[in-house]
Ligand binder design. Structure first.
Ligand SMILES: Cc1cc2nc3c(=O)[nH]c(=O)nc-3n(C[C@H](O)[C@H](O)[C@H](O)COP(=O)(O)O)c2cc1C
Length: 140
């Protein structure tokens, strides 16, 4: 069974709800899933999983959450080359710029994105939940 990690941060629960739907998608597709916060994950753990979904909302000014998520992700960057990953997260008033920057950053490090990133405005609706499930299934 393929081992999938979902590493996410969420301040008000929107990205957390997305992570739960990504997890459902992994399970429905027959994978083994582990949900982790940024302080529970490290670069050394990248090799433990067949694929990793990273989730973080737009924070700061179109940035990742800077206290825990950004340092964790930066440490993982050297391990992204050739790695199968997915990106997801919620945003508020912007136009998704943080995700475009994040995706570019991953591609420049050689990551293999299993599908386009999934973003949603504030809390995920039914269609967003479906997209998150499909993202989870694509990780297998
Ligand atoms: C400190 C802070 C900074 C934010 N910065 C942005 C931003 O740059 N662009 C944007 O579209 N939304 C921004 N937001 C809105 C959040 O991304 C949005 O509310 C999101 O749904 C929060 O997800 P969460 O519930 O998983 O924490 C910001 C919110 C906070 C609290």
């Amino acid at each position: 069974m393929k081992k999938i990690a979902i590493v996410y941060w969420s301040g008000t629960g929107n990205t957390e709800a997305m992570a739960a739907a990504v997890s459902d998608g992994v399970k429905e597709a027959g994978g083994e899933v582990t949900l982790l916060g940024p302080t529970d994950f490290s670069a050394a753990m990248m090799d433990t999983y067949d694929a990793v979904a990273f989730g973080c909302p737009a924070m700061g000014a179109e940035q990742l959450e800077e206290c825990d998520y950004e340092p964790m992700f930066m440490a993982c960057e050297p391990k992204l080359s050739g790695k199968r990953i997915a990106l997801f997260g919620s945003y508020g008033w912007g136009d998704g710029e943080w995700m475009r920057l994040w995706e570019k950053r991953c591609v420049s490090k050689g990551a293999v994105l299993v599908s386009p990133p999934v973003i949603c405005n504030e809390a995920p609706g039914d269609d967003d939940v479906k997209s998150c499930r499909a993202l989870g299934a694509a990780l297998l």
